[in-house]
Design a binder for this molecule. Structure first.
Ligand SMILES: Cc1ncc(COP(=O)(O)O)c(C=O)c1O
Length: 374
């Protein structure tokens, strides 16, 4: 059997990681400003994470959701305190798309409506409803095009309000900071207006914090910069530092109903051990604050470089936009400077490093980046 060839690959086999560095099979070391696509929150192979997962798998890797799982209860308590949503409820799954899928279902169960509003350039995953609220017709299969969704421009309060005032919208879903869309930040005024109209029209507000959450923006969730509280918050990526996990944080207004949501693997013992280790390290090492500090430094220093169209972002979620396509630049960064970065669209380099990136590593990146653009 061969692999189903859907990924355009770099010809590099990464075999080892430590902190913000990875190594290929030839022993070449790379600086990781990509974090395996925003997934590595506490750094590669953190000793505490390795120990907690090792201990858990040697004790009990998995049992089903038909019995009490105290690790899930611990995780709910710890996460609630860490992110400031102590009064919310937690539902655990395995990926970002699943988190959004469940959030959208829950919204529809809650108010009985079927219309959804999403934003231009949004990305929310590749399963049925998650892909339908994603603004990219190329990845919406005919079977997923069910006309539930209206897209409105980001940061356009009037356009959003016009849709919601029709009174029939089930939910609005919006990223804390758009990632795939090119690191676009919803303004505080926009999110505050959105919160208000959602409340007035009985529309469920879903914040997708899958990429922008878990400390990446310098606050636990990016929407917390606007001081709003959504009804549902979805997380994944950084929650398990690479162990597949997703979650929906659910406001107390939502009543759980037996059997309405469910999953075989979601919230298993091993995943919970990984997520608890991640919270230990985020708190113990002050990684949310670190993301804010190092991210602000990177943003400031990048602004000083010549030849860039725009630098935008928050914390360690940064987009560097060029007038021209960045494909070659990204390849040179990787092959000549041994730096991993991401992209958004054709013209934006995306930085999504582990949240433990040090000032020295930020300087190392800036030095290598200056070489390829200079
Ligand atoms: C904002 C956002 N939502 C949802 C997803 C989908 O997550 P997953 O690939 O884990 O299904 C992603 C993945 O990149 C994302 O960035």
């Amino acid at each position: 059997m061969t692999l189903f060839d859907v990924y355009p690959l770099f010809d590099i086999n990464i075999v080892k990681g430590k902190g913000c560095h990875v190594w290929d099979e030839q022993g070449i070391e790379y600086l990781d400003l990509y974090g395996g696509h925003a997934v590595i929150s506490i750094g590669h192979a953190h000793p505490h994470y390795v120990e907690m997962i090792g201990r858990q798998v040697a004790t009990l890797g998995f049992y089903s959701n038909s019995v009490i799982n105290k690790l899930q209860q611990q995780l709910a308590g710890r996460l609630g305190k860490a992110c400031g949503y102590d009064d919310y409820q937690l539902f655990l799954i395995n990926s970002g798309a699943e988190a959004n899928e469940n959030a959208l279902k829950l919204a529809s169960f809650h108010n009985g409506r079927t219309r959804l509003v999403s934003t231009a350039k949004a990305f929310h995953g590749r399963t049925s409803l998650a892909v339908e609220v994603t603004d990219n017709p190329k990845i919406i299969a005919p079977v997923n095009a069910n006309e539930h969704v209206t897209y409105v421009p980001l940061n356009d309060v009037e356009a959003m309000e016009r849709e919601l005032r029709k009174g029939d919208v089930c939910a609005v879903i919006i990223e804390g900071i758009q990632g795939v869309g090119g690191i676009r930040i919803p303004s505080a005024e926009y999110l505050q207006a959105l919160r208000k109209v959602c409340t007035e029209t009985g529309t469920v507000l879903i914040l997708d914090e899958i990429q922008s959450g878990y400390g990446r923006s310098g606050k636990f969730f990016a929407h917390q910069w606007a001081g709003i509280r959504p009804d549902l918050i979805t997380v994944a990526k950084g929650i398990g530092n690479g162990f597949p996990m997703g979650a929906v944080l659910i406001s107390p207004e939502f009543e759980p109903v037996y059997g309405q949501l469910g999953t075989t693997f979601g919230g298993n013992h091993l995943a919970c051990a990984a997520a608890l280790a991640v919270l230990d390290v985020i708190e113990g090492e002050g990684l949310v604050e670190n993301a804010g500090r190092v991210g602000t430094y990177l943003l400031d220093e990048l602004q000083k470089l010549p030849g860039l169209k725009e630098v935008r972002g928050r914390g360690l979620m940064i987009g560097i936009e060029f007038e021209q396509p960045v494909k070659d630049l990204r390849t040179r960064l990787l092959k000549e400077q041994h730096v991993f970065t991401g992209v958004s669209g054709t013209n934006v380099i995306r930085l999504l490093p582990p949240l433990c990136l040090s000032m020295n590593e930020a300087d190392l990146f800036l030095e290598r980046f200056a070489k390829v653009i200079g």
